[in-house]
Design a protein around this ligand. Structure first.
Ligand code: X8Z
Ligand code: ZN
Length: 624
């Protein structure tokens, strides 16, 4: 998504133009302290600048949020143009304010004020050149790419009635067990990316120019600067976490590959040991829970099929969301506001193009929270509901913070809240909801853990590689004529998956993943996979739970809710390690909780994989 990515997933972060914004002057009007261009600025001037900036950005942000909301709910040439203009104003003003704030550098400010100036400098998600023509080109390209994804369809034949959007393709790829059909669906959806290549390359170039004007080497460096440590330290921290979890992924990959070969034979077998990316139940092979039935241990079907139960009960989208809301309420959080139900888009409208990819919004930075999604009664969407509500409850928890602190401790925190809550959807909890009649015996733990691992563990290398690709693109290490090859080099290296049909540079497969045309940074989701288990374990401890981690549900625990809220209400007011401390008692990201959660499965997988060759070989030209 092109407007600052936070706009879509949690809020419009930065904002529009002000008539008060005269060159070299603060927009504090008659309240401006006396000043001159050369005089050394005072603390009072800095505080006045911050106060007026917060007010201005807050007001203007609402307009940009509305433009984004309407465009994604009703994609037309006009809404795309309106969005581009809103973001043009937003980025222009943001860039000006960052420039003006430079004069306060080196001034001894109160810690909160210094942090606000730092956040002002960091919080621009799509930097653009200050040349108005180039900036307009940037915002138009970005809005166009977002719309192109939303409009994307695969038409298997000449009848337009048969065209499929990504929500329908997602369901078909989850359910089909026919390798030919899967390859067609995969290739059909990935064709959506190809026309985006030129625009994407130009957008990266323009965005880099904007980043350089702001003092960063490229847009990737700006993105990596958002984590209360240097970009290099951040990269090292990511590698540390990946090394902690990589062994789990290798075991899962080895097991799943064998089961797929048992099921599909040659269609799944490759001499290099990689898995064809279309056989994993998801258009991007990012989460594999949908193929549980294919890889299930003998005589161990899942004890219940949540998707089938929801469907049999004709659970509609609002009802699905009410399940999620019920969980948050049980922890002591408020009900969702009336306006949430009136203004959210919860199902695919019949008669217009929308961006179906689920997102949570905070339109007015106070209480106008909403979800935009095309929910279906599936187990996947049961999780997505909790995920999106996690964003909305975070937004509501930090709404009393000043403007600059109304955000997550970092973007990974924002992505982790709802997932941490969804981990509590245990058999015990489903029985409490009346969705199942009986809690399955302890022997069902391995099937349930395997199902969860297919989503959570399988995702880890995917979450890692998307921005590894984008960082290479932004740094210039990967040039446009190698976009697709570089994408697959990373997919092969980290995930051990291969394209089911031949790829060339006529394809642009990154474009078929929402967050690339949508300009949403992705490392946040990798971080969130680690954080969510830390948050979940901390809530379980707060609730006084003592058993195996995978069976914990804190449903109804006000103590767990209070522990969570202690972190949520901090928003972005403190560096993220302090927020981590507030919930988990440690100031480090740490994969020990995810490892603890899956420990029984890891033992089981190792047993299953005995004698099996682990891993895969990479093509010689990508071994560097
Ligand atoms: O994009 C999302 C959320 C919205 S913030 C639905 N997720 C990533 C994805 O779908 O690729 C959640 C998991 C990863
Ligand atoms: Zn999210």
């Amino acid at each position: 998504m092109f407007y600052p990515p936070l706009a879509m997933t949690f809020k419009i972060r930065l904002t529009l133009i002000s008539l008060l914004a005269l060159a070299g002057m603060f927009s504090c009007g008659s309240n401006c302290p006396a000043q001159s261009a050369t005089a050394k600025p005072t603390v009072a001037e800095a505080l006045a600048f911050i106060a007026s900036t917060e007010q201005e950005l807050n007001t203007l942000q609402i307009d940009a949020a509305r433009a984004g909301w309407v465009e994604e709910n009703f994609i037309t040439d006009d809404t795309v143009a309106i969005l581009a203009q809103a973001n043009d104003r937003l980025i222009a003003r943001q860039t000006e304010l960052i420039g003006q704030a430079r004069r306060f550098e080196g001034l001894a400010l109160p810690p909160d004020a210094a942090r606000k100036l730092l956040l002002l400098k960091l919080s621009i998600g799509l930097p653009a050149p200050s040349d108005p023509k180039l900036r307009a080109e940037t915002t138009q390209l970005a809005a166009g790419l977002d719309a192109a994804y939303g409009r994307g369809k695969w038409c298997p034949d000449a009848d337009p009635e048969h065209c499929l959007g990504i929500d329908e393709i997602g369901v078909k790829m989850a359910q089909s067990r026919d390798p030919k059909e899967l390859a067609n669906l995969w290739a059909g959806w990935h064709a959506v990316g190809a026309p985006m290549r030129g625009d994407y390359a130009r957008l990266a170039e323009l965005s880099n120019q904007g980043a350089r004007e702001l003092g960063y080497s490229d847009t990737g460096a700006l993105w990596r600067s958002q984590y209360d440590m240097t970009p290099d330290e951040f990269q090292a921290d990511i590698e540390r976490l990946w090394k902690q979890v990589e062994p789990l992924y290798l075991e899962l990959h080895t097991y799943v590959r064998r089961k797929l070969i048992e099921k599909y034979g040659d269609a799944a077998r490759r001499p290099d040991g990689m898995i064809p990316a279309d056989l994993l139940g998801n258009p991007w092979a990012q989460e594999w829970g949908n193929i549980y039935d294919v890889v299930a241990p003998p005589a161990s079907p899942l004890p219940y099929d949540l998707g089938a139960i929801l469907k049999a009960r004709n659970t509609d989208a609002p009802h699905l969301v009410q399940y999620g809301e019920g969980f948050y309420k049980s922890l002591g959080f408020d009900a969702l506001p009336e306006t949430f139900w009136k203004r959210s888009m919860l199902s695919h409208p019949r008669d217009r193009d929308v961006v179906c990819h689920a997102s949570a919004w905070d339109i007015d930075n106070v209480k106008d929270v909403r979800i935009k999604a095309c929910f279906q009664p599936t187990a996947d969407d049961f999780v997505v509901v909790h995920h999106e509500l996690g964003h909305n409850y975070y937004q509501m928890a930090y709404r009393n913070q000043p403007f600059f602190f109304r955000d997550g401790a970092n973007d990974g925190f924002h992505e982790a809240i709802g997932d941490a809550i969804a981990l509590n959807v245990t058999p015990d909890y489903l029985k409490k909801l009346g969705l199942i009649d009986q809690v399955p015996p302890a022997s069902a733990d391995i099937p349930l853990l395997l199902h969860t691992a297919l989503d959570k563990i399988a995702f880890l290398p995917f979450g890692l590689l998307i921005d590894k690709w984008r960082w290479q693109v932004y740094s210039g290490e990967v040039k446009p004529d190698h976009y697709n090859a570089a994408w697959w080099t990373l997919r092969e290296k980290y995930q051990g998956v291969a394209p089911p049909v031949a790829r060339t540079e006529a394809d642009f497969d990154p474009g078929a993943k929402y967050h690339i045309p949508g300009n949403v940074p992705y490392m946040r989701y990798f971080l969130a996979r680690v954080y969510q288990f830390q948050f979940y374990r901390a809530m379980c401890q707060a609730a006084g739970y003592k058993g195996p981690l995978n069976r914990c549900s804190v449903y109804g625990s006000k103590e767990a809710g209070a522990r969570l809220n202690a972190m949520l209400e901090l928003g972005h007011s403190k560096p993220w390690p302090e927020a981590m401390k507030a919930i988990a008692g440690t100031d480090k990201a740490d994969a020990s909780a995810i490892i603890e959660y899956f420990q029984p499965l890891l033992v089981w997988l190792k047993e299953q994989n005995k004698g099996e060759k682990e891993g895969w070989t990479l093509p010689a030209d990508s071994m560097k």
